[in-house]
Write a protein that binds this ligand. Structure first.
Ligand code: IPE
Ligand code: IPE
Ligand code: MG
Length: 226
C-alpha cells in the first residue's frame, strides 16, 4: 500500500468518557497521529493523509475551533526537528486561505523546510471534498477558458495532484460515512471502519486495518483474467 488516509474521529467522545474537556481528546488525538506515522513508515507506506479539520468544523464552538488551531500551531512548532530527522515531508491540503495569516505562515515554513522528505504527511485542514472540487473547477476554468474538461486536466488542479489516490481510507469511532473527505480521490479506495475511538488507535488496530486491506480484491472495474 502506497497511500493510507484516515478520518481521525472520536476525540470528543474519548474525552467525554473520561469527564475531560473536548480539547484533551484532541490532544490525545495528536499523540495517536504521532504513533501512527511511525507504524506507516514501518509498513513501507509512502503517504499518510489525515482529516484534521473539515470545512464544516468551523461551525463548532469558538473555544473548540481556537483550541484546535492552537494545537496545530504547536504541532508545527514542536515537531519540526523530528519531522526533518525522520525524512517526513509535511503538507497541508485544504482551503489554506481560511486559516489565520500566522498559521498560514507557519505551515508554509514547515512545508518548505521539510520538502526533501521521502514520507509525506498530508494534513487535511479546512478541507472539504466539495470545496476541493469547486476550487479546482474554478482554477481550471481560469487556466483553460476554451477547452473541454477532462479527468486528467482537472486532476492537476486538486490540492495535491502529485499524491496518488488513497489505497485505503480508515474511519474510527463507529461512524460509517465519508463526511466530505477526498471525494474525487476516493473513487476506487477501499474503506475500513472501526468502532475504536481515534485516541485509542494503536498498533494492533493498525495491523487489523492493514490485514483487512490485504484480503481485498481491487478490480477497479475490470475483471481478473482466468
Ligand atoms: C475528530 O473528533 C476530530 C475533529 C473533527 C477535529 P471529534 O471532535 O469529531 O470527536 P467526536 O466525533 O465528537 O467524538
Ligand atoms: C470528520 O469528522 C472530520 C474530521 C475527522 C476532521 P466530524 O466528526 O466532523 O464528522 P461528522 O460530523 O460526524 O460527519
Ligand atoms: Mg466526530
Amino acid at each position: 500500500m502506497e497511500h493510507l488516509a484516515i478520518i481521525m474521529d472520536g476525540n470528543g467522545r474519548w474525552a467525554k468518557a473520561r469527564h475531560k474537556p473536548r480539547l484533551s481528546g484532541h490532544r490525545a488525538g495528536a499523540e495517536a497521529l504521532d504513533r501512527v506515522m511511525h507504524y506507516c513508515r514501518d509498513a513501507g507506506i509512502k503517504y499518510l493523509t489525515v482529516y484534521a479539520f473539515s470545512t464544516e468544523n468551523w461551525k463548532r464552538s469558538k473555544a473548540e475551533v481556537s483550541g484546535l488551531m492552537k494545537l496545530l500551531s504547536s504541532f508545527i512548532k514542536s515537531k519540526e526537528k523530528e519531522l526533518v530527522a525522520n525524512g517526513v515531508r509535511f503538507r497541508v491540503v485544504g482551503r489554506k486561505a481560511d486559516l489565520s495569516p500566522k498559521l498560514q505562515k507557519e505551515i508554509a515554513g514547515l512545508e518548505e523546510r521539510t520538502k526533501g522528505g521521502g514520507f509525506t504527511l498530508a494534513v487535511a485542514l479546512s478541507y472539504g471534498g466539495r470545496a476541493e472540487i469547486i476550487d479546482a473547477a474554478n482554477e481550471w476554468r481560469r487556466a483553460n477558458p476554451k477547452d473541454d474538461l477532462t479527468e486528467e486536466s482537472f486532476r492537476a488542479f486538486l490540492y495535491a495532484p502529485d499524491i496518488p489516490d488513497p489505497d485505503l481510507i480508515v474511519r474510527t469511532s463507529g461512524e460509517v460515512r465519508t463526511s466530505n473527505f477526498l471525494l474525487w480521490e476516493s473513487a476506487y479506495s477501499e474503506y475500513y471502519f472501526t468502532d475504536v475511538l481515534w485516541p485509542d488507535f494503536d498498533r494492533a488496530e493498525f495491523d487489523k486495518a492493514l490485514a483487512s486491506y490485504g484480503k481485498r480484491e481491487r478490480r477497479m472495474g475490470g475483471r481478473l483474467k482466468k
